[in-house]
Design a protein around this ligand. Structure first.
Ligand SMILES: NC(=O)c1ccc[n+]([C@@H]2O[C@H](COP(=O)([O-])OP(=O)(O)OC[C@H]3O[C@@H](n4cnc5c(N)ncnc54)[C@H](O)[C@@H]3O)[C@@H](O)[C@H]2O)c1
Length: 270
């Protein structure tokens, strides 16, 4: 989908990090924005700085884990602008680092509720509008953890794999309805955002004892962090090229390749 200045984009998790980077990049292309987040204060700050930079912004507090809240977000979008072209299902939290057998049930419920059902709610609320218009694109944020394993983060990794599979399938389903519909999944490596602090503020992880060693290890292994704006530009380039995957980050291709090669080798052995 070409991104043009007569369009409208919705961004969940738009108060911070990658969502905010997407808002800046889309505003730079003249796109009108609906930014949404569960953290009201952060959302207001984001709206003020985007507006100061010249963007046209509507801010809507919504919890992506709640279907009614996301339907209300779609209603507010239509009331504000009468259309929607790009929906970025991006909101997310990270899970605490521990082996799978030590992960608590409430962590699984939160991760599945926010990351998987959050995307499902976004698709259910906005796909009918896209289908009515005959155009529209979903950009769903997953992670490089959706393309290859990330030890000690199974609730996170599981939901990210789900968002990859969901988006690949959604793209095929949308294309069968109309060729100008589609979906892209964003799978970045490590990005410089306050994901840990925001996840702690939302009760998903506990940072009182400092950043856990497993997270520091991951940060050291994956090297240089990307900026949210770099990630946003890479995602929008993929949307414009009609690509189903955007995977910025130096290490991502090698990790995905290692997984795919191991998978194909196992399949070949029967
Ligand atoms: N930071 C990274 O290294 C990285 C790498 C790959 C993928 N991601 C993914 O990118 C997405 C954005 O994360 P980020 O790194 O920009 O972090 P971030 O914390 O800066 O942004 C995430 C935003 O989502 C919001 N949010 C959380 N739960 C919500 C809910 N239930 N409803 C609505 N909003 C909610 C938070 O308040 C926050 O503003 C996440 O899904 C994350 O898993 C992050």
């Amino acid at each position: 989908m070409r991104i043009t200045n007569d369009q409208v984009a919705v961004i969940t998790g738009g108060a911070s990090g990658i969502g905010y980077g997407l808002a800046e990049a889309l505003a730079g292309r003249g796109v009108r924005l609906v930014i949404s987040d569960i953290r009201e204060e952060g959302l207001e700050k984001a709206k003020v700085s985007l507006t100061a930079a010249g963007a046209e912004v509507t801010a809507v507090v919504a919890d992506v884990g709640d279907a009614a809240s996301v339907r209300a977000l779609a209603d507010r979008t239509v009331a504000a602008y009468g259309r929607v072209d790009l929906v970025c299902n991006n909101a997310g939290v990270v899970s605490p680092p521990a082996p799978l057998w030590e992960q608590e049930a409430r962590v699984w419920e939160l991760m599945i509720g926010v990351k998987v059902l959050g995307v499902v709610h976004g698709v259910n609320a906005f796909a009918p509008l896209f289908i009515e218009q005959g155009t529209g694109h979903f950009l769903n944020t997953a992670s490089s953890g959706g393309l290859a394993p990330l030890p000690y983060l199974t609730p996170y990794t599981t939901t990210m794999h789900a968002v990859v599979g969901l988006t690949e399938t959604l793209d095929l389903e949308l294309k069968r309805v109309a060729p100008a519909l589609g979906a892209t999944v964003l799978c970045p490596g490590l990005v410089d955002t306050p994901l840990g602090q925001n996840s702690a503020a939302l009760g998903a992880i506990d940072l009182r004892a400092g950043v856990p060693a497993a997270m520091q290890d991951a940060a050291a292994r994956f090297g240089e962090k990307l900026s949210p704006r770099e990630v946003a530009e890479s995602a929008l380039a993929a949307v414009e090229a009609g690509r189903v995957h955007a995977a910025p980050g130096g290490d991502v291709a090698e990790r995905a390749q290692a997984r795919v090669e191991a998978l194909l080798a196992d399949i070949a052995r029967g």
